[in-house]
Design a protein around this ligand. Sequence first.
Ligand code: ACM
Ligand code: ZN
Length: 760
Amino acid sequence: MVQLLKFSFVILLALGCGSSSHPLPQGALSGLVPQPQSVTTGGEDVGGRGFRCDGSLTVSWPEGWGMKAVRDWLDGSGLDVLQTAQGDAPGRIAWIRSNRPLGLEGYVLRIESDRVVIEAEDEEGAFRGWTTLRQILPPRCEQGCPRGFELPAVQIEDHAYLAHRGLLLDCCRHFMQPAFVKRIIDAIALQKMNVLHWHLTEDQGWRLPIQAYPKLTEVGGFRTEADGTEHGGFYTREEVRDIVEYAAERHIQVIPEIELPGHCRAALAAYPWLGCSGEEMDVPNNWGVFKDVYCAGSDTTMRFLKAVMDEVCDLFPSEVIHIGGDEVPKVRWASCESCQRRMAEEGIANEAELQTWFVNEIGNHLASKGRRIMGWDEILEGGLPKGAMVQSWRGMEGAIEATHQGTDAVVSPTSHCYLDYPLRSTDLKEVHGFIPVPDAAKGHRGSIVGGECNMWTERAPQDEVMGKVFPRATGLAEVLWSGPQITQLEGAYDGFLDRLDALSRRWAEMGLQPGLEGVPVRVEVLPSTLGKVRVVVHPNLRNVGGMVSFEPSTNEAAQPLGKVGDTLVVAGRGTLVVDVVIRGRRTAVAERFPLAGHAGAHQTLDLAFEPSSAYTGGGMQALADGRLGSSDFRDGAWQAVQGEDLTCTLDLGESLPIERLSTHLYLYQDAWIFMPSKVEWSVSIDGQTFEPLATQAPWGDALLPNPNQTVIPVNLSAKGVRVRHVRMRLVNPGPCPEWHAAATEPTWLFADELVVEVAH
Ligand code: ACM
Ligand code: ZN
């Protein structure tokens, strides 16, 4: 286990910059991310003047250390660099081999007036020390160093908290160009991450070249999208080797993920005999969990997978090979003669154990080649395959269980580590607050050896990936490198944000555009006079502002309303648009909030059901709070109930001449969200006796299979009706129908608002 070095923190703001003609801005140490274990700028050894560079530099490192990534960076820095024999001498940046233990990937970086020394036990520690030095150099050096600059005097002692610090990059749902994968590698290396978990085979695309089975990429590498366009691509063997080498130069291990027994529809499209049915199928263009998986009863399929793994071992030096193992429906196995025969022959009791048998077959084959498998936490279900590492994603339980069973685990729970999730479910603060090694996982035979953040790309083509990965991956990098003794300190997150501000200047020079830290603004919708609501747009992050406008749903021109922080008044329906400004700079982000100022807004509402705690829409007033739902059913404005009617009654406070009643429904059958069988409207003058007004079921064929995520408007003209009470009942259509993957399970109903418009 890692021994923590002494933990002292003395970052002084005022640095002695001597007589340098181009002193660094104060706080050249302010962009260190992850936070080193110890930074000392005062004291006898390291006070005083720093190291001056006037455009030329002498560097040295021990014989045998390649330092390729450092050499490449220096070559592009515009500095005159002379490499000299090893050793520490005046005027030099010297990497020195240490003969004392410095901890996991540890190093000591000393910047003195006449030299810079990075001491490390090996080249890996030396490289981590280099990334720290790089973060102290002027950000402009990323494009070309200024002719003269000075580095602050400092001593940094540092090492990693956990050994496995990774990013999963899914290059299957969307293909990523090799040059882009390298940019990701560069960016995570700067954050001292050391694993690229490269997801290369999936239902929607097979990206890894396998010489024995060329159709895997020729057929499985491409899919036809719903709009008829083609998406796809694959890597050549040369590109794979190049990426692996590029990563290795940055001391990043590439762990390939070859999914089995499920998530393999692209392989089945290439070679249908791999599956239980042998039926021809397409490479799918939709997302989800598919029933067709590799046939566990077929010896030919097992031979295929072993041959694939042989080529994987040829391409990837990583000891660990990820075999997936997640989300494997067992229905095909249950009705497959070969699979059932296998179970009988091997004395396997059920399909969960058949998965363990399957994974063991591949695990044993890989073990014979000196490799070790890692799999998602589902691999625990039929009994832990021998020697397997577990990656826990459905919470932390899988990791804890793995440590109890004596094996190592990597954590990437959906609660903190899923970068495909929107900021509203996982923001930077949550990631940075993550505790990767809970007490329940301590003191057992196995250990949690690290964590990963997972960039699944169903909804993220290459162009959107950088902004989703950063800055959140940087938060996890700090959690895994610096450790809880730093990230769990009081005020740690604010300090992290300060350092991130400084790091952002370097990212800008590197051309890396991070996304936001979290949801930038939130709206509060308050009562106003009849037919209107008051709205306050609150900043949700530091340094957020922006102009607010309103786009009426009538297609009239957008009206400027005010700015973030103002109290604004909205009448009628439309969308509030906030053009987000951060640190005084405009961003490309426009946050949109559909609203309705209407006569029912903030009147007394009675619900005849209990809203789902997962979809409250904001509380008991959600169906009359002025906020409408967007095309995202998780936006916080939709309210939902499962398995029963959604009925609500609104008391307008006085009898009013109604013009129109309306609501929106959400349709997303893959997520079990259906249309009601009908919408019943009724009205009352006294709140006791309700008269039926109308019954609607205007969505016709929408109950047929239709996976689209759609907002369905429901409108009822009610001219001439004068009442005080309005009731809306959405009648539950009953369980998911026969054709549905979840047939017989209770359906959901979603609604956003009971909108009451009155005559003026
Ligand atoms: C996973 O997210 N299915 C591992
Ligand atoms: Zn089968």
